[in-house]
Unconditional design. Structure first.
Length: 401
């Protein structure tokens, strides 16, 4: 895999994109499979085809998140001790086993068991993707790389949802899982191309820096663990609050809400690309902090909205903040994981922090909404985002990410 850097030469972006193609192919297949089989079609399959209880879709998502959370540290340990081809094969084997259980049992419990196997394979695959990008990129090039990754992930998720909606209108429930098998194979074949023995490095003009000491590496990784945990807690809590706010407080349908935030989604895609492409190592925490502060202000505006039309306006700065943060956070995660030896183990624990935050965030916002209402929940989230932004700006003087 060609190493990614922020090449000053003309056409450096194109060169970086070509070097990332196997990675982007793996990401597209993984996220399209997840959106199709677990998030998108899973509800239709359980409710309409299997007549499962209404709680089962939530159980499926809980199993998916819990297995990924538990698998992350173990997967990181495996990354440091086994060849990439072995890990890619293991990920594919777990995913195929999950599909086999689903197809063979054609039952609600079989689906839940299959989701657990799929989640463990997907967790391994994602760890391998991030590990490969971290090894094949320098700090200057990780912002653009993670921007391309984020845009690919968004496109893949939309594709998976679209296919799930089409299959959901048919009687052929096997089609979703058969297509999922194909995507699992595509992702594994792409993963196998991420670690050739030799790689071409695109050099970057950067000031030489002394390598961090052991104490600095440990401090960096601990700080990154805390930031990643709080970041994903805030992000998932915000997503959890938006649904009840739009559908119940503003009395919108899902289609109406989607149409209102469509301009914001386009603005977010642009922000994701620009933020990642223009990011520079050593100042990412400041960049993150500024975007968080924009998001905090937008959340205050959203919490005060009473007319749906204003949601379309307030959603734009919030989407710019949310999407712009995504590649910067991923690049910082890679910087922290690559600071020292056993990058795979460090990456596994950072993924564990991501999963833990994704569990704690919705639990916290759900409790606040239950006790005080969704508007108070949004204001509370605004305060948390503001604190995260201010803390990131202040920490940039001490921690270089």
């Amino acid at each position: 895999m060609t190493a990614i850097s922020d090449s000053p030469a003309r056409g450096g972006t194109v060169t970086a994109l070509r070097a990332l193609l196997p990675t982007l192919a793996a990401i597209f297949a993984i996220d399209a499979m997840t959106a199709l089989v677990i998030i998108g079609y899973g509800n239709t399959y359980l409710i309409n085809h299997l007549s499962a209880p209404s709680s089962y879709p939530a159980y499926a998502l809980a199993i998916y998140g819990l297995v990924k959370l538990v698998s992350a540290p173990a997967g990181g340990w495996v990354l440091d001790r086994f060849p990439a081809r072995t890990i890619a094969g293991a990920a594919c084997g777990l995913e195929l086993a999950g599909f086999a259980v689903i197809l063979a049992t054609h039952s609600a419990r079989g689906y839940l068991g299959g989701v657990g196997l799929l989640a463990s394979g997907i967790a391994l695959a994602w760890l391998l993707v991030f590990h490969a990008v971290g090894e094949a990129s320098d700090p200057a090039g990780r912002g653009p790389a993670t921007a391309f990754m984020g845009l690919t992930s968004v496109g893949a998720t939309a594709t998976g949802f679209g296919i799930a909606a089409l299959i959901g209108e048919s009687r052929y429930w096997q089609a979703a899982f058969t297509l999922g098998i194909g995507l699992a194979i595509v992702s594994s074949l792409s993963l196998l191309r991420l670690h050739p023995r030799e790689r071409q490095v695109i050099e970057v003009r950067a000031q030489p820096q002394a390598p961090p000491t052991v104490a600095e590496r440990r401090a960096l990784r601990r700080f990154a663990f805390a930031v990643v945990l709080v970041h994903f807690a805030v992000i998932t809590a915000t997503l959890g609050a938006f649904g009840p706010f739009a559908l119940r407080t503003l009395d919108l349908s899902l289609l109406q809400a989607g149409l209102l935030i469509a301009p914001a989604m386009l603005a977010g895609a642009g922000a994701m690309y620009l933020a990642g492409h223009r990011s520079r190592h050593g100042r990412r925490l400041t960049e993150l902090g500024v975007l968080y502060l924009v998001g905090a202000a937008a959340l205050v505006w959203i919490a005060a909205i009473h007319h749906p039309v204003f949601l379309a306006l307030a959603a734009v700065p919030f989407a710019i903040s949310l999407a712009g943060v995504h590649p910067l956070m991923n690049a910082s995660l890679l910087d922290a994981a690559q600071a020292g030896d056993r990058a795979g183990t460090a990456l596994g624990w950072l993924f564990f922090a991501e999963g833990l935050g994704s569990v704690l965030g919705p639990l916290a916002i759900g409790t606040i909404i239950e006790l005080a209402g969704v508007r108070v929940g949004l204001l509370g989230l605004s305060g948390a985002v503001f604190a995260l932004g201010a803390g990131a700006v202040a920490a940039n003087r001490l921690v270089k990410l």
